[in-house]
Write a protein that binds this ligand. Structure first.
Ligand code: 5GP
Length: 118
């Protein structure tokens, strides 16, 4: 499996500020924010795309959602945010190491696009 920038970040090989971390995942600021709050939840396990996740990853996937809620609350955006997973090149995925985007701080009202992420 090929390594990505997120593999290097989660392993600490590229110094990054972790807004949150635990044994399963890290949370960092997106380098090109598409909203006033734009952070990435990255599992330490390098699953390339959501469709590559296995049944054995179900606990990890649930954990990532729980971390998303906690981090959104901690960042003060728990009342309104969008959670995005891009899957595959046609889905807009550019880094092939599964990650969740939290986008918040501007209107995510129906019909609006999240900075090209959805
Ligand atoms: P994707 O398009 O794969 O869903 O999202 C990849 C995201 O990672 C993009 O929003 C991009 O701005 C962000 N990104 C790419 N490289 C880096 C990096 O080296 N550091 C950080 N913090 N974000 C990155």
């Amino acid at each position: 499996m090929s390594d990505t920038i997120f593999g290097k970040i989660t392993r600490g090989e590229i110094p990054s500020e972790f807004l949150y971390e635990d044994e399963h995942c890290v949370v960092i600021q997106d380098i090109h924010p598409q909203a006033p709050t734009h952070v990435l939840i990255i599992p330490r396990k390098p699953i390339p795309r959501l469709v590559d996740a296995q049944q054995s990853d179900s606990e990890l996937l649930g954990h990532l959602l729980l971390v998303a809620g906690k981090v959104a609350n901690d960042l003060g955006v728990g009342e309104g945010f969008r959670l995005v997973i891009n899957n595959g090149a046609d889905g807009g995925q550019t880094v092939f190491h599964l990650h969740l985007h939290i986008l918040a701080g501007r209107s995510m009202a129906e019909g609006e696009l999240a900075g090209g992420l959805v």
